[in-house]
Write a protein that binds this ligand. Structure first.
Ligand code: GDP
Ligand code: CA
Length: 314
């Protein structure tokens, strides 16, 4: 079986670990979000790709959900001693090595997809991880504070400001001129089913879908998504701030409507959200918390089962 999954960071990566254990024989291709990417200290940092790679490769800091296990911060402290920032973005020593390798390869002319493949040679994530695009797409957020109305990088809003200043709008800058990375459309085309993990619907899944060609290719397949929202709140994190910015209510119902029946065939919601109903989307309720490996694998299994069932009837 060939499965394609889209993925942001923590929610996507955890789900993928469950998917891999639920379907060990499946060929899984992951299309990763690069809208969160940022250049810091002259280094190209790809937080979502790395979260997927470290999580599936066994190098993740489990409690935090991002960054490396057994991390130290000597380089960051030394940079700080020179007065060189930003100090609000946590880059550990082990993590720095990844960004140095990536930046060196990019400078030598390799595309991000080739660089990602090279990094995955070490981590062996057990899936094929492809960035959504090799072009630069950056998520920017328009805010208004004492300094007036301005656009800042998503990471500055999310990590430095903890999304505490309302986002007036969110844009994937460069998306309309970007192209899917080599292999992305081919993998979707060849997929038996496509799954959307409970990643952020705006700045993870939404950004991937904004790369021209990807949404249409996915819409042509049998697609099942998992809600990142239970009741009126994200399971983890601040995705509600992103939904509010684009005028969408924080609920499993509203996120399914945002994706729409042209994209989604099936939608998994929490048992407490069993009343969700969207025309032309098959909604099923399941335990949605990825609290341990077994629960996560069961959730991934349910998503694929529903997709296979719906594919039969299409
Ligand atoms: P990020 O890039 O690190 O923000 O991660 P993602 O975009 O992949 O995922 C963030 C989303 O994952 C958040 O909106 C959470 O609500 C969701 N999430 C995290 N843990 C769980 C879980 O156990 N179950 C479900 N259903 N969603 C989760
Ligand atoms: Ca992210």
């Amino acid at each position: 079986m060939k499965i394609v999954a889209l993925a942001g960071g923590i929610g996507g990566a955890r789900f993928l670990r469950g998917l891999r254990s639920a379907h060990p024989a499946a060929e899984i291709t992951v299309i990763g979000n690069t809208g969160d990417d940022i250049s810091l200290f002259g280094l190209r940092v790809c937080p979502d790709l790395d979260t997927v790679m470290y999580t599936l490769g066994g190098g993740i800091n489990e409690d935090q959900g991002w960054g490396r296990a057994d991390e130290t911060f000597t380089v960051k402290e030394e940079l700080g001693a020179y007065g060189v920032g930003p100090n609000w973005f946590g880059l550990g020593d082990r993590d720095f090595a990844t960004h140095i390798v990536r930046t060196q390869m990019l400078a030598a002319g390799y595309e991000l997809s080739a660089v990602t493949e090279a990094l995955c040679d070490r981590w062996k994530p057990g899936v094929r991880l492809i960035p959504m695009t090799n072009d630069q797409v950056e998520t920017h957020v328009v805010i208004e504070d004492e300094q007036g109305r301005r656009a800042i990088h998503f990471q500055e809003w999310w990590v430095r400001l903890r999304a505490s200043v309302p986002a007036l709008s969110i844009a994937a800058v460069g998306a309309e001129d970007s192209a899917p990375a080599p292999g992305v459309l081919e993998a979707i085309e060849a997929a038996d089913v496509v799954v959307l993990p409970p990643s952020n619907p705006v700045v993870s899944i939404g950004t991937i879908l904004s790369v021209p060609g990807i949404r249409d290719a996915i819409a042509a397949k049998t697609v099942v998504g998992v809600s990142p929202i239970i009741g009126t709140a994200p399971v983890r994190g601040m995705a509600d701030a992103c939904l509010t910015a684009i005028g969408v209510e924080t609920s499993a119902q509203a996120v399914a409507e945002l994706y729409g029946p042209d994209l989604l065939d099936g939608w998994l919601v929490a048992e407490t959200d069993a009343n969700v109903h969207v025309k032309d989307i098959e909604v099923r309720s399941r335990p949605l918390l990825m609290s341990d490996p077994d629960a996560t694998a069961a959730l991934a299994h349910a998503a694929v089962d529903l997709a296979l069932e719906l594919k039969e009837t299409q």
